[in-house]
Structures are given as structure tokens and as C-alpha cells.
Design a protein around this ligand. Structure first.
Ligand code: SF4
Ligand code: MG
Length: 325
């Protein structure tokens, strides 16, 4: 459904070139959920913005690669062509519902507007369908709440409204960028359940962008782990979760709190991700990697095929695999 290949995005700033995304490839099939996991500054959101055609003016440049939707190259489309794709075929939900919704219009009217603008629906028809969408994302008393303003909803309910808007035109691909970050843990789980439910009922492909492996482990089919603008490991969730093949993934898993936790404390990965203006030579993770050896500071690891559908950008992926479980 969506295929990203060797995508590179840079920002040319006065202080230097920020290589936000540097050779990222992933794909997501109909009915599948792909999680793109990474710390802030890993390039995970920038990649999604490129898919939506939102990196199209200085200082941001897509310098390389391909983004295909149903086999069609999106990077070749002009703004008009992208507008026909955006929303109707590929839609996006952002982290911050409050700033994405217009405070001066009722939520119902904002959803209805989608049908009026994009499908030429009559006022009554647009309203009816907006209420239907609010129902689908489980907003209680949708009919009555149609006329309420964004500030009258809780954070979780506002995120449901954003999801309703994104799904209003029936996209084939939904990209959700940190859709639950601003919410408390219980509400996060409810929104994840909702996304999983909405996706189950359709053949929509879902791309979940997150920094929180704990949030996506239950809903994603596959995970692509990003570090310093690249994918460092990808594969099926269960495989990756049970037996990571990259020290960074292993570190992320060890830093997730768990119910059955017998460890006294969580083990966060020491250090911070590099500035995307000064990515370390060799393996970009080597300054933080507990398994680093001399070669790591010099040789940039390619994505090694670990198993079919499973890749790791670590010279020592076999050692990582056997270092646990
Ligand atoms: Fe660590 Fe070396 Fe593997 Fe990079 S290549 S993740 S530094 S062991
Ligand atoms: Mg982000």
C-alpha cells in the first residue's frame, strides 16, 4: 500500500545541514500496522511529513528516495496532485489535537466540513455523516455533542475527534504521529484500542509513529526502529520484542516498565541521541552502545538480513541475538 525506499530528507540551516532522515526504507501492506519507533530527533516524524508531501519548501528538502502509494510515485506529484492524495488516500493524525482543531468551530462542523469540501455533500448529509463518524470513534452522545467546541472535550476525546476527521474520507493509509503522547496512560491504551479496532474493521494500513515501545507492542504487526535518521532494526513485533537483534532495540526493551517486573529499577540507555548535524562516523549508535568494539567507530553497518523480513544494522547482530533468551 505504501512503500518508502531509501528516503533522505535534510534541512539546510544557517548552522549546517541537518540530516533528519538518511536512507530509510519501509513498507506497510493493506490491513497491517507498522510502528515506527524512535526517540525524539530520530527522524521518525520528518519521514512521515515527507510522505504527506509536507517537506516541500526550504529549508527542508527530500534529497533522495522514493515514496510510492499503490505503486504511484508521490514525490513526482505537484501540490495539486498531493492534495488529491492527502486526506482521501493517505491521512495523518498529529500529537496535539488541541492545536490541530480550530477553536472557533464546533467539532461536528469541522468533521462535516470534510464532506462538504471534499465530497460536495449537502449540509444535512455532511452533518449526518459527521455524527456517524463521531459515533464510530466512540464519542458518547455524538448527536448532542456535535455542537460542542474543542475546549469542551477532554484530551482523549479531542484525539478521537482528530481520528474521526482523519478517517472521514476513508483513507487507505493512516499515519498517526505520537497520537497518545499528550494523554495519560489509561487514555493512551483506549486510543490504541480504538485505532486497532478501526483498522481491524477495514483494510486500512496504519503507520504508528511513537517513542514508546510499550504503547505499540500490542497493536503493531511490525516495527521499524529508528536511530539518528536511519532504520536500525525492523521485523515482526513478537520477534523483535522477544529477541532483539540490535543493542539499541534491546536497550529500549529494557527501559519499558512491566507489570511482572522483578528488576529493582529500569535501565535507561545512557547518553543521548546525536545531533543530526553531527552524526558520529561508523555506527551512529557507537558512543552509547554497551557492545561497541573498535570497528564500530569506523565501519557504518549496513542493514544485515537476520531472518526473512528481519533486518539489523549492527555488525554484531548474532552476538546480540544470543546475548539474551
Ligand atoms: Fe553497537 Fe557496534 Fe552494533 Fe553499532 S555496530 S550497535 S556500536 S555493536
Ligand atoms: Mg515527533
Amino acid at each position: 500500500m505504501l512503500e518508502v525506499e531509501d528516503l533522505a530528507v535534510e534541512f539546510r540551516t544557517r548552522d549546517g545541514v541537518v540530516r533528519a532522515v538518511d536512507g530509510v526504507s519501509y513498507h506497510v501492506d493493506a490491513g497491517e500496522t507498522l510502528a515506527i519507533l524512535g526517540e525524539s530527533g530520530s527522524g521518525k516524524s520528518v519521514g512521515a511529513q515527507a510522505v504527506m508531501g509536507l517537506i516541500d519548501s526550504p529549508p527542508g528538502y527530500v534529497t533522495r528516495g522514493s515514496i510510492r502509494y499503490r505503486g504511484r510515485e508521490l514525490l513526482e506529484l505537484d501540490e495539486g496532485g498531493m492534495q488529491r492524495i492527502r486526506g482521501r488516500h493517505v491521512a495523518m493524525v498529529f500529537q496535539d489535537a488541541l492545536s490541530s482543531l480550530n477553536p472557533v468551530f464546533t467539532v461536528g462542523d469541522q468533521i462535516a466540513e470534510m464532506y462538504r469540501v471534499h465530497e460536495g455533500a449537502s449540509r444535512a448529509e455532511a452533518r449526518r455523516r459527521a455524527v456517524e463518524m463521531m459515533d464510530r470513534v466512540h464519542i458518547p452522545a455524538a448527536e448532542r455533542r456535535y455542537g460542542d467546541y474543542p475546549h469542551q472535550f477532554s484530551g482523549g476525546m479531542r484525539q478521537r475527534i482528530m481520528i474521526a476527521m482523519a478517517l472521514s474520507l476513508g483513507p487507505d493509509v493512516l499515519i498517526a504521529d505520537e497520537p497518545t503522547t499528550a494523554l495519560d496512560v489509561t487514555v493512551q491504551a483506549q486510543i490504541m484500542d480504538l485505532l486497532a479496532e478501526l483498522q481491524r474493521d477495514t483494510t486500512m494500513a496504519l503507520v504508528l509513529i511513537t517513542h514508546d515501545l510499550g504503547v505499540v507492542a500490542d497493536v503493531a504487526d511490525r516495527i521499524a526502529v529508528m536511530y539518528a535518521g536511519r532504520v536500525v532494526e525492523q521485523g515482526a513485533v513478537s520477534a523483535l520484542y522477544e529477541r532483539p537483534a540490535h543493542p539499541y532495540t534491546l536497550g529500549l526493551i529494557e527501559s519499558i516498565p512491566r507489570m511482572d517486573d522483578e528488576r529493582d529499577e529500569l535501565v535507561p540507555i545512557p547518553g543521548a541521541p546525536p545531533s543530526l548535524m553531527r552524526i558520529p562516523p561508523g555506527c551512529s549508535f557507537h558512543p552509547r552502545c554497551p557492545m561497541a568494539q573498535d570497528v564500530c567507530a569506523e565501519d557504518d553497518p549496513p542493514l544485515y538480513a537476520v531472518q526473512p523480513g528481519r533486518e539489523s544494522a549492527c555488525h554484531f547482530w548474532e552476538e546480540v541475538l544470543t546475548s539474551h533468551g
